[in-house]
Design a protein around this ligand. Structure first.
Ligand SMILES: NC(=O)c1ccc[n+]([C@@H]2O[C@H](COP(=O)([O-])OP(=O)(O)OC[C@H]3O[C@@H](n4cnc5c(N)ncnc54)[C@H](OP(=O)(O)O)[C@@H]3O)[C@@H](O)[C@H]2O)c1
Length: 337
């Protein structure tokens, strides 16, 4: 089967950063689905791994990619949730070969049935960012989407990127007042069209901008860009007893003591935690994707697809990595077979 992978950490503008090659088609065991992949999306994690992580096997290129739409062609003996012929979407596991190949093995507990009212590209744009936004809001911040959340305010730092474009929609659906950050006319308009009630500029101090909107404090902060850069603003803006979640790494220590007087809580979100540690609630990613599918199919959520590139080959995938590497993505880029 055709696959795309890397053997060395090359810069984004190096044409050999990713290469096309052939691999044997894998066989599904236990909870595995064998999926024929037809569309994939690119996330910042693809760039981070291609740029920094040692290849899994020095003999072969390493296949990455964590967003996919495809069709199940075979199943392992323990599979109960899917059957051959099902259209699926998923973000998969950090520890296994990725979606940048013709066929991929993925554990059924990480997979959802694909939306029926969306195109394959629109569906492929969604899984990783939806899982991240859902877990951050409804698990790590503890927001109950079915409770009455009116009057509760959420600040989303990076409202128009891949994760922010879903998070603002989910928070709006849950009834929160959403303040999102964006810095350009197109990203401001995009986040307003995807659930934000107000927009502030992350290139300027967020504190006076949020206060000018009439919010001395916010109940929740969802940090999706650079925790170090925005930490002091978050500490100032979080309400006493409020809740903060970050999905980004931190290259210097974060001073949690700054939250003590407000007794605010801080949590990390890592979309791969459940599959990485094979936690007992790993199947919740299947359940989240099934809920996201329904929200997409009934029009509550919009796909965040903004660009489609064809065909899926190393050259085009590298072009998509470059787009994501600009740090100015609005929504998602997808590659189709
Ligand atoms: N923990 C997890 O499970 C997880 C999951 C997914 C992603 N992530 C991480 O989360 C981050 C966001 O991912 P993503 O896919 O949403 O990113 P993305 O799509 O690449 O984000 C692009 C957006 O970032 C905005 N931006 C640029 N500089 C900013 C700043 N200083 N402050 C706030 N926003 C800024 C840009 O807005 P303007 O152009 O308007 O400036 C642009 O719209 C990445 O670091 C990624 O690695 C973690």
């Amino acid at each position: 089967m055709h696959a795309i992978g890397y053997t060395q950490h090359l810069p984004l503008d190096d044409p050999h950063g990713l290469i096309d090659f052939d691999l044997p088609q894998p066989t599904p065991l236990a909870h595995d689905l064998l999926v024929q992949v037809t569309a994939v999306s690119v996330n910042p994690v693809d760039l981070a791994v291609r740029g920094n992580h040692d290849p899994l096997d020095p003999q072969h290129p390493t296949v990455i990619g964590w967003d996919a739409y495809g069709t199940v062609t075979a199943v392992g003996a323990a599979v109960t949730l899917f059957q051959p012929g099902d259209a699926v979407f998923y973000a998969g596991s950090f520890k296994r070969p990725g979606s940048n190949s013709e066929y991929q093995l993925v554990d059924e507990r990480l997979v959802g049935h694909a939306p029926t009212n969306l195109t394959p590209a629109q569906s492929a744009a969604m899984p990783l960012t939806s899982l991240t936004a859902w877990e951050a809001l409804f698990e790590q911040l503890g927001i109950d989407p079915h409770a009455d959340n009116h009057g509760q305010t959420l600040l989303v730092i990076n409202g128009a990127g891949g994760v922010g474009s879903v998070a603002t929609q989910l928070a709006h659906w849950a009834g929160l007042t959403v303040i999102a950050t964006a810095s350009r006319p197109e990203t401001i308009a995009w986040t307003q069209a995807h659930g934000s009630d107000a927009v502030v500029n992350h290139r300027e101090d967020l504190v006076p901008q949020v206060r000018e909107l009439g919010h001395q404090y916010v109940d929740y902060v969802l940090e999706l860009s650079n925790l170090n850069q925005h930490w002091n603003e978050i500490v100032d803006l979080i309400k006493p007893s409020g809740h903060i979640v970050s999905i980004t790494g931190s290259d210097t220590p974060i001073d949690l003591r700054a939250l003590k007087a407000k007794r605010a809580t801080f949590a990390w979100e890592w979309m791969y935690t459940k599959s990485y540690f094979e936690t007992p609630d790993m199947v919740s990613q299947h359940q989240i994707l099934e809920e996201v599918r329904q929200l997409l199919d009934n029009g509550t959520l919009q796909s965040t697809l903004t660009q489609t590139i064809q065909p899926l080959n190393a050259e085009n995938l590298m072009a998509a990595h470059k787009l994501v590497g600009s740090h100015h993505m609005m929504g998602k880029v997808v590659l189709e077979k």
